[in-house]
Design a protein around this ligand. Structure first.
Ligand code: URA
Length: 211
């Protein structure tokens, strides 16, 4: 892991909501609502250094200039399917953002990540990508998604998750040492099945109520 490029969010509201989400008896609707609220808070951090340009306006009293963000330059790219859970909350803060999608599955024989879906906007060289997945567990799909996205040459790329495992951060930064990671918490470890401990279980199942 590259500690300089791992940003662990410490806001009390994020910690509070994350603790509630981890509880095993939290309902699907409650889990989803909390995830949306956390995503909104994460978007504040992720957009902190976004480029702004000067913009002329007229107040009721006089003409002046301010700074505005061009939201269309941001592309949220959820990794299917759990990454979808972070999109709505972020769009509340950056409503003009574009949304790409990437779908990957693990080949059972080779264990390599295989792409089954990929769609991003045109002119990626002018856009800043935020790759979304609630769980950075082994880091394999995150690293594969970023490798694929680098091929379309975005202006910048960063990765955002709710929970990261130390093993996943090490793998991810082994492959992409320069890509910043924003996470709400770094948990203890992975178990033998690749789940994060203490974690929150299977994020996709909890978002979509499939278990
Ligand atoms: N994916 C999940 O949804 N949960 C984990 O703990 C690890 C990977």
């Amino acid at each position: 892991m590259n500690p300089a490029l791992v940003h662990e969010l410490s806001h009390a509201l994020i910690r509070h909501k994350l603790t509630l989400m981890r509880e095993k008896d939290r309902s699907t609707s409650g889990f989803r609502r909390l995830l949306k609220e956390i995503a909104l808070l994460m978007a504040y951090e992720l957009t902190r250094d976004m480029p702004t340009s000067e913009f002329e306006i007229e107040t009721p009293l006089e003409k002046t200039t301010g700074r505005v963000i061009d939201g269309k330059k941001t592309v949220l790219v959820p990794i299917l399917r759990a990454g979808l859970g972070l999109v709505d909350g972020m769009l509340e803060v950056v409503p003009g953002a574009r949304v790409g999608h990437i779908g990957l599955y693990r080949d059972p024989q080779t264990l390599a990540a295989v792409e089954y879906y990929f769609k991003v906007p045109e002119h990626m060289d002018e856009r800043d990508v935020i790759v979304l997945d609630p769980m950075l567990a082994t880091g394999h799909s995150a690293a594969a998604a970023v490798t694929r996205l680098k091929a379309v040459r975005p202006r910048s790329i960063r990765f955002a998750c709710l929970l990261a495992a130390p093993e996943g951060l090490a793998h991810f930064h082994g492959v992409h040492p320069e890509v910043p990671v924003t996470t709400c918490a770094i948990d203890r470890e992975l178990n033998d099945h690749g789940y994060i401990l203490p974690g929150l279980g299977d994020a996709g199942d909890r978002i979509f109520g499939t278990k």
